[in-house]
Design a protein around this ligand. Structure first.
Ligand code: ATP
Ligand code: MG
Length: 423
């Protein structure tokens, strides 16, 4: 026998038993974002590597060490998308969606990062996201936060907390960056290797370091808050005002910077303690510089992205994704029952009951083995079509989960009977 080939490390199959949770998450998300006026966009999972290098930034974990990049047959460097924002901007520019107009867009789909696999961290994972363009105020940031808050509520997840911070306008950010570089240079010997590398290229990222040896140094670093100009402070207090008035609780976290280069003003994360180390389920903020960085006219942009696998884990742990039956009715044949007649009957039922989960027995077999399959299918009712039924224009209904006499009913009445039985 040939060897079986296993799935690639860090990637996983989503099996039928997992689907109730996935449907719950994705259906709920789609209904929710569409109710806020967001429209879906789907982009290819492969893009030019340059798109991500230019948007995410060369000195980020993602571009430095997490991308799946390869040369295609023409010698172009391509990458599997590690996130969707850059692609959405590229697509939006290409289709003329970002010019002189507001956009509210959403997406969902797989992303790829070559990270060390662990619980809540995979090499192929899925994100649900939203991106807005052309809107400069804190109002849209608040909308994105309210939308996420409502999502948790609809899903029944209540242990997710909001952290927010402001990076200020790009000028303040520049100034703050200078202060940070100066501070960390003075403490060069205390920096770890990653931080030394980031010092010149992306010093804000040092604040984000997970290295516990660095925490005292980071605590004592200049605070971002002190570098904000009046306009940036106003922007941020407009956001916190809206959150206060709409009853969203939050914590201001001065160390929250987000990994990517293009953020300004508001950044936020939704974090839970219920998942262990990988507790961030959603991250987002404002990224006004990005559209221009990707070749468009300067434009306002804000959005977020959620990790589906982490939310799915929460739904499953908290039993918030009840399995639906895979089959309501199982149709089988007795004796020399006719396969064609049973398919014909099934099709006529499907014409009238489009949502019914009706499985028609396939693969022949004795009556006994067909009944075993009917039972295993989870169906409430078996429809039996035998020679005598065919002659009489009837079927036999057998109740698989109830103590109840089987009944022979005219074929013309099946739909009414099934509807009454299954409602
Ligand atoms: P982390 O700090 O956990 O690495 P991140 O800042 O790299 O997260 P983002 O790029 O902001 O993550 O992606 C948004 C969300 O996508 C994260 O909050 C997380 O829920 C999810 N996510 C990111 N990377 C992974 C991964 N490798 N596996 C599963 N989910 C992920
Ligand atoms: Mg990461």
């Amino acid at each position: 026998m040939a060897d079986q080939l296993p799935v690639i490390r860090g990637m996983h199959d989503i099996l039928p038993a997992d689907m109730p949770a996935w449907y719950r998450l994705e259906d709920e998300y789609r209904m929710l974002v569409e109710s806020y006026g967001y429209r879906q966009i789907r982009t290819p999972i492969i893009e030019k590597t340059a798109l991500f290098a230019r948007s995410i930034g060369v000195v980020t974990d993602i571009v430095e060490k997490e991308m799946y990049s390869f040369d295609d047959r023409n010698g172009d460097s391509l990458s599997l998308r590690p996130e969707n924002t850059a692609s959405v901007v590229r697509a939006g520019l290409q289709a003329g969606l970002l010019h002189d107009q507001q956009q509210r867009l959403w997406y969902c789909g797989p992303m790829f990062r070559h990270e060390r696999p662990q619980k809540g961290r995979y090499r192929q994972f899925h994100q649900l996201g939203a991106e807005t363009f052309g809107i400069s105020g804190a109002d849209i940031e608040a909308e994105l936060i309210l939308l996420a808050a409502r999502f948790w509520k609809r899903l029944g997840l209540d242990e997710i907390d909001l952290q927010i911070n402001s990076l200020g306008s790009s000028q303040c950010r520049q100034r703050y960056r200078g202060l940070l570089v100066e501070y960390f240079r003075d403490h060069h010997s205390e920096l770890d290797e990653d931080s030394r590398r980031r010092l010149e290229s992306n010093p804000l990222r040092i604040l984000d370091s997970k290295n516990s040896d660095m925490q005292t140094l980071i605590e004592a670093a200049p605070a971002m808050r002190d570098s904000l100009d009046a306009e940036s402070r106003d922007h941020f207090s407009e956001l916190t005002d809206i959150l206060d008035q709409t009853g969203v609780s939050y914590q201001v976290n001065q160390r929250l910077v987000r990994g990517l280069d293009y953020y300004c003003h508001t950044v936020f994360e939704w974090v839970t303690e219920t998942l262990g180390a990988q507790g961030t389920v959603c991250g987002g903020g404002r990224y006004d510089g990005l559209v221009e960085q990707l070749g468009g006219k300067p434009n306002f942009a804000a959005g977020f992205s959620m990790g589906s696998e982490r939310l799915i884990s929460m739904l499953i742990d908290q039993q918030l994704a009840p399995a639906e039956a895979d089959c309501d009715v199982y149709l089988l044949m007795r004796g020399t029952g006719s396969v064609a007649r049973s398919q014909q009957l099934a099709e006529s039922i499907r014409d009238r009951m489009p949502r019914l989960k009706l499985v028609v027995h396939a693969g022949a077999g004795s009556f006994k083995s067909q009944m075993r399959k009917a039972d295993k299918s989870g169906a409430q009712v078996a429809i039996i079509l035998g020679e005598s039924e065919m002659a009489a224009g009837t079927v036999t209904l057998k109740f698989l989960r109830q103590q109840r006499q089987q009944a022979e009913v005219p074929q013309a009445e099946i739909v009414t009977r099934l509807a009454a039985l299954l409602e």
